[in-house]
Write a protein that binds this ligand. Structure first.
Ligand SMILES: Cc1ncc(COP(=O)(O)O)c(C=O)c1O
Length: 400
């Protein structure tokens, strides 16, 4: 799955070019950098790949989400709709800006259910943040329609879905802005990094300034540049961008390996264990195939299968129901409102009491789901061994 599995000379060569100039910062030092601008180069590569006019690098997927929400003007008193199944960063970034996350059910695609979104819209709703989870596009056409009907912003969390497309168009390019992550365990990595992509010139100009303390980047002298608004430091350095350039060069190869490995395992399970159902996939050709996600008939069987696969040395199997990063059931810090900084009364009063709200639809879906990481460096033998163990364990569990 992750780009770090394929790391070598291309990355070293890119990093070396930066080390030779000694200029690690993305801005300024024009003479010393000898025309090496890795961050700018990577942003241009991303625009081509994601099919958007603009791209702003950020230090992570989390800060990409923060940036997108901030430049959209989202803050105190605003509601942002997010799904029950995502990574904690999605709602953290909403709270970080003082806005209120409104959490809604997923469907069997493991992504936001458009009907649940419709029901959650209130006069305070400002944005919908669908998450293209585990490498598969959300029901994006439907969500775009809802956003347009209600005049809401659509900010895509595509952090897990670099390389995925829906009807041939990259995820992240459907909404007002799209956010990506290139942390160490993503399909391609910069060590840490992320970006916001958009076709909107105003959002881009603001993101460019916001991520660098509000600098307007119009002059050549950073010391004298005006700061038209408050910002923060989410600047990426040239070394991380250099790694990203090399990794982007590998993306098509990575996608091909993932898709082949996933197809092998999926075809075997589909042929040999008919009780297993696979996640709904709105874009089976376009997913980045970092995960194979499927459903056991019951929660107990999913738990048993997860244990059986671990015992059979099939690693990288997630039963998200029992995991505290990705599914609301164990987001105790959110439920108990434990924050180091003081949260505003407006936020606390406006936020539903998630310690008292249950999500039976999502519980049922996530309870029955297992998601298996697909790796790039499996040998043929390892792939076949995993297929054998998966079929054996799943058959045993389903036929009890
Ligand atoms: C869905 C989702 N959103 C946001 C993030 C945050 O990305 P980062 O780790 O780069 O901050 C992640 C990271 O795992 C993610 O999976």
């Amino acid at each position: 799955m992750p780009g770090f599995e394929l790391f070598g000379d291309a990355e070293r060569k890119q990093v070396q070019q930066v080390l030779e100039t000694g200029v690690l910062m993305r801005y300024g030092f024009d003479a010393a950098r000898k025309n090496v601008w890795k961050c700018k180069e990577l942003e241009s590569i991303m625009c081509d790949r994601f099919g958007t006019k603009f791209c702003q690098l950020t230090t992570s997927g989390t800060t990409a989400l923060n940036t997108a929400l901030a430049v959209a003007g989202i803050g105190a008193g605003d509601e942002v709709i997010v799904p029950t199944f995502t990574f904690v960063a999605t709602f953290e970034s909403v709270i970080n800006l003082g806005a209120t996350p409104i959490i809604v059910d997923i469907d069997e695609s493991l992504t936001m259910d458009p009907e649940a979104v419709r029901k959650a819209i209130s006069p305070r709703t400002k944005a919908i943040v669908p998450v293209h989870m585990c490498g598969c596009p959300a029901n994006i056409e439907e969500l775009v329609k809802i956003a347009k009907e209600h005049n809401l912003l659509l900010i895509e969390d595509a952090c897990q879905s670099t390389g995925a497309t829906y009807k041939g168009k990259s995820v992240g390019s459907f909404g007002d802005m799209g956010c990506f992550s290139f942390d160490y365990v993503k399909i391609i990595t910069m060590g840490e990094g992320g970006c916001v992509v958009t076709d909107n010139q105003d959002f881009y100009t603001k993101a460019d300034g916001y991520t660098d303390h509000g600098h307007d980047h119009k002059g050549n002298d950073r010391g004298k540049e005006p700061h038209p608004f408050l910002g923060i430091n989410y600047r990426v350095n040239e070394l991380n961008a250099a790694v990203g350039i090399a990794q982007f060069g590998r993306l098509d190869d990575i996608l091909a390996i993932n898709r082949r490995n996933k197809k092998y395992l999926k075809d075997r399970i589909a042929a040999e264990v008919p009780e297993i159902r696979f996640r709904t996939n709105y874009s089976s050709e376009g997913e980045n195939a970092t995960f194979l996600s499927f459903f056991l008939p019951t929660l107990e069987q999913a738990r048993e299968a997860a244990a059986g696969l671990a015992a059979g040395n099939v690693g990288g199997v997630f039963h998200y129901y029992d995991n505290n990063w990705h599914y609301i059931r164990k987001w105790d810090h959110l439920k108990n409102r434990v924050s180091l900084n003081k949260l505003s009364k407006q936020l606390l009063d406006g936020m539903p009491d998630y310690s008292k709200i249950s999500f039976p639809v999502s519980d049922d879906i996530i309870g029955r789901n297992l998601s298996c990481q697909i790796c790039l460096t499996w040998s043929e033998e390892e792939l076949h061994r995993r297929g054998d163990v998966m079929v054996k364990v799943l058959k045993q569990v389903c036929n009890k």
